[in-house]
Design a protein around this ligand. Sequence first.
Ligand SMILES: C[S@@+](CC[C@H](N)C(=O)[O-])C[C@H]1O[C@@H](n2cnc3c(N)ncnc32)[C@H](O)[C@@H]1O
Length: 266
Amino acid sequence: MPIRHLRHLWSIIAYSWRAIGPRRIATRLLAYSTDADARAADSGFDARFGTDTTTGLTPVEAALPAARRRGATMYLPSMDADLDAMLTALAWPDALLRAATFVDVGSGKGRALFLAAMRPFRATRGVELSPVLHAIAERNLAIMRRHRALAAPIELELGDATALAVPPGPLVLYLYHPFREPIAAKVIDRVVAAVAARPRPAAILYGHPTLQRPLDDDVFCRGGMFRRCHAGARVTRSFRIGWSIWTNQAWLVDVPGAPAALAVGA
Ligand SMILES: C[S@@+](CC[C@H](N)C(=O)[O-])C[C@H]1O[C@@H](n2cnc3c(N)ncnc32)[C@H](O)[C@@H]1O
């Protein structure tokens, strides 16, 4: 086995040891290796486009700054079916999607962003802390553009989610379990402050694919702006991908002067 594969394996074991503990590593590895449904959930995105979005990278391999590694999760791509399920449950009308920006916080190699940009969003934006993943995402984006597979513009940004610049207009914020509560709290606070300053429809889509504990609901309720409106899961024999959707619809209805058409559409 080439030395880089051994290094990758070691990095995954070290990460999982800390994240889920040695006993669960063994049982989960065994379960996953015999779980055809779980492995089949990857719809072949890379095979279709020739991109590199599938292989996981730990925070060490992704060269995250040491101070951010503990709070971060490892890179794993979203699966088409899960993002589809979340956007279908959100059920924003086309007119609202066409006015909205989709922001993937912790965009990794860009898979979720590419899937979103195949829909009629006004714009899509990914923010990723890892220079390694950001560079791969840029290469993938060039490939996707050659395929002319994207309907919406994409912007990739190398940066820390805690300094997120919230775009104007209707907002769909996507979090695929990128980090733990302390960082998530800072991100939600920024979103709440930006949306309170310029009221508009906003939604948070949160997927939690890992074997780790999902983010506490309290994080999404910070500032009293977002309420959970849907939740779901895809369960295979060896793991569960859960998701929840939070919107500011109820909050918006009570905001004097909020655009009525958008409030109804949210
Ligand atoms: C589970 S991956 C999700 C990848 C992508 N969103 C997708 O769904 O395909 C989480 C990503 O969050 C990134 N991340 C972790 N901490 C971050 C931070 N403070 N700011 C920006 N990105 C961060 C990780 O490097 C990793 O790429």
